[in-house]
Design a binder for this molecule. Structure first.
Ligand SMILES: Cc1cc2nc3c(=O)[nH]c(=O)nc-3n(C[C@H](O)[C@H](O)[C@H](O)COP(=O)(O)O)c2cc1C
Ligand code: SF4
Length: 437
């Protein structure tokens, strides 16, 4: 089992069972497992939703939508309703959901049941990223244990309530992390997004009202019910309740997944929690929330890690994947790697994304390979600007935003590179042609 990292500034709510063998149901029960769902059954849907609203929890998948509000949108009708757990975790730099599945899978199961009770659903799906097949065994074992104990299936806990969970893996496509594409994939179709509205809360999986949440969001629910909404909210910052898991990777001394309060200072997260830049090198840039988030410069890091403060800083909190780049990194190369990922993962459904990612990649490849022309930087910027807001799903923006960040903040480096003053270590070009993920 990989070693878990730890730091005194961590506030362990979601991660409090990590490293304690809680994938086993007896251990989970010993550590307050399945208490929250029983309370939820006793108190009823309105209480669950009120508690979730009071917690200030905002979706941990990237967009930060308030979870209690999302659950409250599901119509109260007789249609079959569904809960979907988004465990696709494919955004480069994001590495926190897999730790939850590995260390505390019952928290995901219990959270799914709580979401189901809140919206009147009897069936939940846990959808795991294709590359996470190794986790499927752990999750399936936990689901089987819950069935054996009578916590899942008919008449759970002897309360007359029924709830089932089905697990499913993807086939390695980033796009199926987008909620409507995930539903298409789950229904056995090609993983392309659906037009919205209608939104999943009204017309989702198999046409039924559906709540879809990130795995971390779902796993937070049992903790919130146990500690109470206001107590959870108080751990975080204004309008950003609680704690979240941050994956800090790249050139830091102590990379890992840390649970920090919402609003925690980004600079402290890098220099204190993750031990600073590896080998005492100079910091060059930080991608703060997964590869789609615009890059920050070293003098822009004095900012709180929550959805609002990161927005004001011109970037995003995203999926909590902080990637630290030291002075040896060539931004030309890094920008090419990032766009190569999005070009490879574009589902091809709409033109601005399919063509835009391809042309940006082609142009940056030419620059990278030494044949760049002065106009290339402006062309890349023009292409990215024209993708923004013009694509069918947010993948187009996810590709354009970081590209714009790189060319705007590191324009001089691109121009120097084109002039022959290359920066950074060359990478193997074939890697870029097969996709960088
Ligand atoms: C291209 C793309 C990929 C996405 N990938 C993921 C993912 O891997 N995991 C995830 O939870 N959300 C992902 N999302 C966001 C989901 O569409 C959705 O907003 C999220 O699952 C909602 O859960 P939350 O409210 O708990 O954050 C992705 C969105 C887009 C546009
Ligand atoms: S933006 Fe368009 S082409 Fe790109 S992934 Fe979304 S639907 Fe597919």
């Amino acid at each position: 089992m990989p070693t878990l990292v730890s730091h005194p500034d961590e506030v362990k709510v979601l991660s409090r069972r990590f490293g304690q063998g809680a994938a086993n149901i007896d251990k989970y029960l010993e550590l307050d497992g399945y208490k929250a769902v029983q309370q939820a059954i006793a108190e009823g849907p309105a209480w669950i939703i009120d508690t979730m609203k009071a917690s200030g929890l905002r979706g941990r998948g990237g967009a930060g939508f308030p979870t209690g509000l999302k659950w409250s949108f599901v119509p109260k009708n007789d249609k079959a309703k569904y809960v979907l757990v988004n465990g696709d975790e494919s955004e480069p730099g994001t590495c926190k959901d897999h730790v939850i599945f590995r260390e505390d899978p019952h928290a995901v199961i219990e959270g799914t049941m709580i979401a189901g009770l809140a919206i009147g659903s009897k069936l939940g799906f846990i959808y795991l990223r294709g590359e996470y097949r190794y986790l499927l065994k752990i999750v399936e074992k936990a689901v089987a244990e819950a069935y054996e104990r009578g916590f899942l299936g008919k008449n759970i806990f002897g309360t007359g309530v029924d709830f089932d969970i089905i697990t499913q893996t993807g086939a390695g496509a980033y796009e199926v992390g987008e909620e409507s594409a995930l539903m298409e994939s789950l229904e056995g179709k090609r993983g392309v997004p659906r037009i919205k509205p209608p939104f999943p809360a009204v017309v989702g999986l198999y046409g039924g009202p559906t709540v879809i949440n990130n795995a971390e969001t779902i796993a937070s629910a049992p903790h919130i019910l146990l500690m109470g909404g206001p107590a959870y909210a108080a751990l975080g910052s204004e309008r950003n309740g609680g704690t979240r898991l941050f994956g800090i990777s790249g050139h830091v001394e102590r990379p890992g997944v840390y649970e920090l309060p919402m609003g925690y200072n980004l600079k402290k997260a890098i220099y204190e929690v993750a031990g600073g830049v590896k080998g005492g090198k100079k910091l060059k840039a930080v991608v703060p929330g997964g590869s789609s988030c615009p890059v920050l410069l070293p003098d822009e890091l004095d900012v709180g890690l929550d959805f609002d403060q990161m927005g004001k800083a011109g970037t995003m909190l995203g999926s909590g994947g902080i990637v630290v780049l030291d002075e040896t990194v060539s931004i030309v190369e890094f920008a090419l790697r990032v766009i190569s990922f999005y070009q490879h993962e574009s589902c091809g459904w709409c033109i601005p994304c399919r063509e835009g990612t391809d042309w940006i990649k082609k142009t940056l490849t030419r620059v990278y390979e030494g044949g760049g022309q002065k106009k290339d930087v402006a062309n890349v910027q023009y292409l990215a600007e024209n993708m923004m807001g013009r694509t069918f799903c947010p993948l187009g923006d996810a590709a354009a935003m970081p590209t714009l960040g790189f060319v705007k903040k590191f324009r001089q480096e691109f121009e120097d590179y084109i002039d022959g003053k290359k920066a950074g270590t060359p990478i193997i070009t074939e890697q870029l042609h097969v996709g960088a993920h």
